[in-house]
Ligand binder design. Sequence first.
Ligand code: UDP
Length: 412
Amino acid sequence: MSSPIAAYEGVVGSAVLRQLRQLGEKLTGTRIVHVNSTREGGGVAEILEWMVPLMNDLGLQASWEVIHGDPRFFEITKSIHNGLQGHNVLLSGKDWRIYEDVNARNFERLRPVLEEADVVVIHDPQPAHLLQLCDRRKGKWIWRAHIDISRPFRPVWKTLRTITEKYDASIFSMAEFAQLLPHPQFLVPPSIDPLSEKNRELEPSEIEAVRSEYGLDPSRPLLVQISRFDRFKDPVGVIAAYRLVRKVAPVQLVLAGGGATDDPEGKAVLEDVMEAADSDPDIHVLLLPSSSHRAINALQRLSDIVIQKSTREGFGLTVTEGMWKGKPVVGGDVGGIRLQVVNHHTGFLVNTPEGAAHRIRYLLHNRSRIGEMGSIAREVVREHFLLTRHLRDYLTLMLVLSKDSREHAFEV
Ligand code: UDP
């Protein structure tokens, strides 16, 4: 039986897989534990879903743990998240103590696996305090920040820095996010799984079924933004752009999202979206269950243009997903979207609803550009943003860190 990684040969070629297997051999048996705060919803869960089984397939012993918390904990971590992305938030000493206490309760449950691991990768701020509790750790601990912390609200970063600086290394998605920390920092952009339900090819009949299910008109252009209902994703700004385009073209808009279990703000944002949509029958606000991968896949394929008008964005997997489906992306000129959208070649970077509307109108009037930009977009993803490149970066980084520890052992 062929291994799961072998299935990717048709997409990336055999040389890429050979290199991954060679790296895997050097790390055979390495125990790596990933820890985050939600099993579903959002980009981190999306990545760990494939990364853990593929690391195992390459010979490592990988596992994925999730910390649990009550609603208050997730309100606090959401404020930490918002603060790191630049919002002025209020976090009291008591809030930080609750944050630490919840981490401590989780640590008691996870202690054996965290103490024994050779490498622990802590994703984002929610579980970051675990390191401080693990005084009998054997392995290297890496803090992996997925969010845009290029301009954090200083008081929040000041406290989080005291936690993250104790790590052996940190990983950021792009250079702009890196911080002054006393350990090696690595740049690893995220990626997508081209064979997952979210991204694999679909039968035309299945795509059409999704079109009818959501009442979308095949004869009119479709704009699609898939995102959690989060203010940084600016869904209300997308509606403003749609209204400007609507003055000259009969477009339809899909805003599809669901909640992540670690995101308590979604409900309020959804209410704002419904108000802005004002019962317009051509604005389809879809609340999708977390298992809707194929529906999202089909919606992205049905779109003429993918929108991701974020005002802050760690990376934006929805951008990668849209590009992989051969769509131009009109995206906010921020964070990881800038890494992916090559302005004027694979889509457009915009700062305002007016800017977004201007670019959407241009594409709708120059329809051949939609196909041209979409094809380039797909190749950019094949080259830079598929999971094989991501795995290679992680394995290489682990080799570097283990070499580093051997050198230190030698010095002692
Ligand atoms: N997603 C989903 N259902 C939704 C909204 C988003 O499955 O209702 C997926 C989306 O397809 C993407 C991921 O969640 O794979 C979102 O990752 P991204 O980096 O775009 O944003 P994040 O939510 O991590 O800020």
